[in-house]
Ligand binder design. Structure first.
Ligand SMILES: [Zn+2]
Length: 485
């Protein structure tokens, strides 16, 4: 191994080790000598003289860069905003001009490498593919079971992945090749990181010649692939096609099956022809409400309706209404809002042996959809209300309570959404104590009981059925109505 020098576009230099650590379809990857960054050289010797590619990279690293503050030439509104999104993307930091054309990115954080398992697993990147599909999961279960994580962490990583995609779309960018290969996931800690940022679709520039990945390419892209690249009928990667891939990924991580893989075997003489129909012009949702031709064969498959009141509607829009009509697909932002609201409905399973450990609480069934166990003690459901007009209190969500759950600012106040700059100081927490549920106040200055008594920080209020608790007397302070179910 020798040490070589890369010259960056900004004139600076960087030392890297000559041993190649990764060899992808488009790039060769090397560690810098301090291993904090990687240098990726494009395999295509013409890449550096491809004017469009260079221009696209300049935009991606500069004015469209959500991990760089605006005063440093990026798109983030502040240093805090930039730091928040730096955790969700592996964004390129520099362009390399010598010895070959390439880019520099940070090394993936340690939690995106397997910590356990035999040599062919341990130390490898946590590519999403390794956690999807029965065969891959069985392999991990046998050889590195701790790496599989729990269901709540898949839910969490869906939120981080959706935040990343929503941020791209907000800027007018699209990823163009969203798939489990390009989103590393950590089901142990519940996080994700979007990689392969250099093929983003940048507004106003010709799209990159990216085909996408089987199973994630939108049906309209797949069915127009045989057309010439510049044929006006040919559909190219866009935010609409990202929305298809995002919906597929969310469905897969939460239900561990592909939404378009059912019992139907499409006609076609080759696997390629069959795939083109199955994921393209003849794609059918395996949970289509009226067409049952592509149902899943597994007897115990959990339906998407067990994911609470909001997500099933979005799956229907993504895989029924919008499957062949891209403009009807839910946006990444709609997914983000629905996932965050559904996060407030999660509850731990009463069965310690449950394979998934968590699920979305259903007040009617009170049962875990994964193992069938019924809740043992009453579950407090807080109906959140906010004052739309003086004296007019409207419902706007629910919070399902469990032991040691924190009450956050966006629960206590309406018109707050957990975003990059949101105050994440817990306002209180819930506890099951001597046979009753309590809300212990930590930071709410005007928490008031049904009877009108103030509950100062450090003291608790009991959650009794039918009681109404005012979380704050300040503007936008919410009232919660307690229901024990
Ligand atoms: Zn269960």
């Amino acid at each position: 191994m020798s040490v070589e020098t890369a010259t960056l576009k900004n004139g600076k230099t960087l030392q890297f080790n000559s041993d190649m650590i990764g060899d992808g379809a488009m790039k060769e990857v090397y560690f810098t000598t301090d291993r904090k960054k990687v240098v990726c050289f494009f395999k295509d010797p013409q890449a550096g003289s491809d004017r469009l590619r260079v221009q696209r990279l300049d935009f991606i690293l500069g004015k469209y860069n959500p991990t760089l503050p605006r005063d440093a030439g990026g798109a983030a509104s502040s240093a805090g905003d930039a730091a928040f999104y730096s955790n969700l993307f592996c964004w390129p930091t520099d362009i390399v001009t010598q010895p070959r054309f390439g880019i520099v990115t940070a090394t993936y954080p340690n939690n995106f490498f397997f910590e356990t398992g035999p040599d062919f697993i341990k130390g490898k990147e946590k590519n999403g593919v390794r956690f999807l599909g029965r065969r891959n999961r069985q392999l991990l279960e046998k050889l590195a079971p701790r790496e599989l994580g729990t269901w709540i962490n898949y839910f969490k990583l869906c939120i981080t992945m959706t935040r990343a995609v929503a941020r791209l779309h907000l800027a007018g960018l699209s990823h163009s090749d969203l798939s489990p290969n390009n989103v590393l996931v950590d089901p142990v800690g519940g996080s994700s990181i979007v990689i392969d940022i250099d093929s983003l679709v940048v507004p106003g520039l010709f799209p990159p010649d990216v085909l996408g990945t089987k199973g994630y390419i939108a049906p309209e892209v797949l069915s127009t692939l045989p057309l010439k690249f510049d044929d006006p009928k040919r559909q190219h990667p866009s935010a609409r096609t990202d929305e298809h891939a995002l919906a597929v990924l969310i469905y897969q991580y939460l239900l561990l099956r592909h939404p378009l893989d059912g019992r139907r075997i499409p006609p076609g003489n080759t696997a390629e022809e069959q795939d083109a129909l199955q994921y393209g012009s003849q794609a059918i949702f395996c949970e289509h409400p009226t067409d049952d031709s592509n149902r899943v064969e597994e007897p115990n498959s959990v339906p998407n309706t067990c994911l609470g009141p909001l997500l099933p509607d979005l799956f229907k829009r993504a895989f029924v209404d919008g499957l062949h009509q891209p403009h009807r697909r839910p946006s990444a932002n709609e997914w983000l809002k629905a996932l965050i609201k559904t996060w407030d409905l999660l509850t731990p399973c009463a069965n310690a042996q449950c394979p998934q450990k968590w699920h979305v609480f259903d007040a009617q069934k009170r049962q875990c959809p994964f193992c069938g166990t019924v809740a043992r003690q009453p579950v407090p459901v807080l109906r959140l209300r906010y004052e739309a007009k003086p004296g007019q209190w409207l419902a706007d969500g629910q919070l399902v309570v469990y032991d040691k759950l924190y009450l956050m600012k966006w629960h206590a106040f309406a018109r707050l959404f957990p975003g990059p700059e949101t105050d994440r100081t817990p306002q209180g927490y819930f506890a099951w104590h001597e046979g009753q549920w309590l809300l212990i106040n930590q930071n709410l200055t005007s928490l008031t009981t049904s009877a009108g008594n103030r509950v100062p920080p450090g003291q608790a209020v009991a959650l009794t059925h039918g009681s109404q608790i005012r979380l704050s007397q300040e503007p936008n302070g919410r009232i919660v109505e307690v229901q024990l179910q």
